[in-house]
Design a protein around this ligand. Structure first.
Ligand code: KG4
Ligand code: ZN
Length: 341
């Protein structure tokens, strides 16, 4: 038994990215390999689970090999193996989980299952050594929108989550209606750059200032009705203005609630995590508003913001330090939520 557990191999396969990474001491990224299936799924307008599972099976071992090679280490040098076990698409999760457990079992290494959403939060830990809890964290992507208070790293008090769609899901669905390729968030963000965000009024879900719950289904319906109305009248959709207004509706409500939570909980740091956290307009607006309250906003660099395995290795390492070990029969949990494990 080694006394120093230095190197973690992280594995991520919850959606359409096959990813592996080696991280030292939970904070230093030695390699971060992401093999994206976006091109394959794009023609279907979204991720096709069955195709995703098959691609994960094809790519998982080469991706792990590449992560080890780029880190300049052998499998024998790895101290801890960590893999995402939920939430996500069950077929994909099973591939990464089976790979991780097998590698750990074969070499008698400890195995840790990681909650994907917690992984997104640890992308910030990787990027910013100066984070000092308590903090408020908003983690927002294609599958979830969670606002939480973290009294310390690894402890999550859920303040609110979405009651229906995740914010990223709303971006993706409306982009699809507009005929834009998957994933829709970056596409709408690009169109929005040249638009007027006040041009098309859009509703805010759960706008009550005292609630930290979110809802994006009303916004989605309003956006759909607007698009259909314009099309029925035979008019041309003002794409840039519409994209800017739609994006602003999401950015505005996410900012309002995150900031209200930070002020209420008297924290001076906010963490932004998950794919929608890659949105530039959101990062800029939240940072500008927060600074007025003396609050700093942290977000990961783009490569760590969307799905990757470095964040899984980091979260796995800190779970290990907290005493977590998982058995060989750990199963994939597609509906796992933050705080449930
Ligand atoms: O975290 P992530 O890579 O995967 C999940 O865990 O879901 O997030 C993907 C989501 C997608 O819905 C995508 O459209 C959205 O994040 N996204 C963005 C941007 N980049 C990715 N949404 C808005 N603006 C962006 N720049
Ligand atoms: Zn994710």
């Amino acid at each position: 038994m080694k006394t120093t557990m230095k190197l973690t191999l992280g594995i991520e396969t919850s959606c359409d990215e096959t990813a592996a990474s080696v991280v030292r001491w939970g904070r230093e990224v030695l390699s971060n390999v992401v093999s994206s299936q976006v091109d394959i799924h794009q023609r279907f307008g979204g991720v096709v689970p069955e195709i995703a599972s098959r691609k994960h099976i094809e790519w998982i071992l080469p991706v792990i090999d590449q992560a080890l090679a780029e880190a300049g280490v052998d499998l024998q040098d790895i101290d801890i193996v960590a893999a995402t076990y939920g939430p996500g698409l069950v077929g994909g999760l099973l591939v990464g989980l089976a790979a991780g457990k097998s590698l750990a079992f074969a070499d008698n290494k400890p195995f840790v299952g990681v909650n994907h959403i917690e992984g997104h939060i640890y992308a910030n830990v990787l990027a910013h050594p100066d984070i000092e809890p308590p903090v408020v964290c908003l983690t927002v992507s294609g599958g979830h929108t969670d606002l939480l208070y973290m009294p310390q790293l690894g402890t999550y008090d859920i303040l609110g989550r979405t009651r229906d769609d995740a914010a990223g899901e709303a971006f993706d669905k409306i982009a699809r209606v507009l005929g834009l390729p998957y994933p829709g968030g970056p596409q709408i963000a690009k169109l929005a750059e040249h638009g007027d965000k006040y041009a098309v009024p859009m509703p805010r879900g759960m706008a009550d200032a005292h609630s930290f719950e979110f809802s994006f289904s009303g916004l989605k319906t309003a956006a759909l009705n607007y698009i259909n109305g314009v099309r029925q009248r035979g008019q041309e959709l003002p794409l840039a203005d519409f994209a800017a207004s739609f994006q602003w509706a999401i950015v505005d409500i996410l900012t309002q609630k995150t900031l209200a939570a930070a002020v209420q909980d008297r924290v001076d740091q906010i963490l932004l995590a998950g794919g929608v956290g890659a949105n530039n307009a959101f990062r800029t607006h939240l940072s500008r508003e927060a600074v007025k309250h003396g609050i700093a906003v942290f977000y990961p660099p783009l490569a760590l913001c969307t799905d990757n395995a470095a964040m899984i290795a980091s979260a796995g390492y800190f779970r290990y330090l907290a005493g977590r070990r998982d058995p060989w029969d750990l199963n994939a949990l597609p509906g796992l939520r933050l705080g449930d494990d």
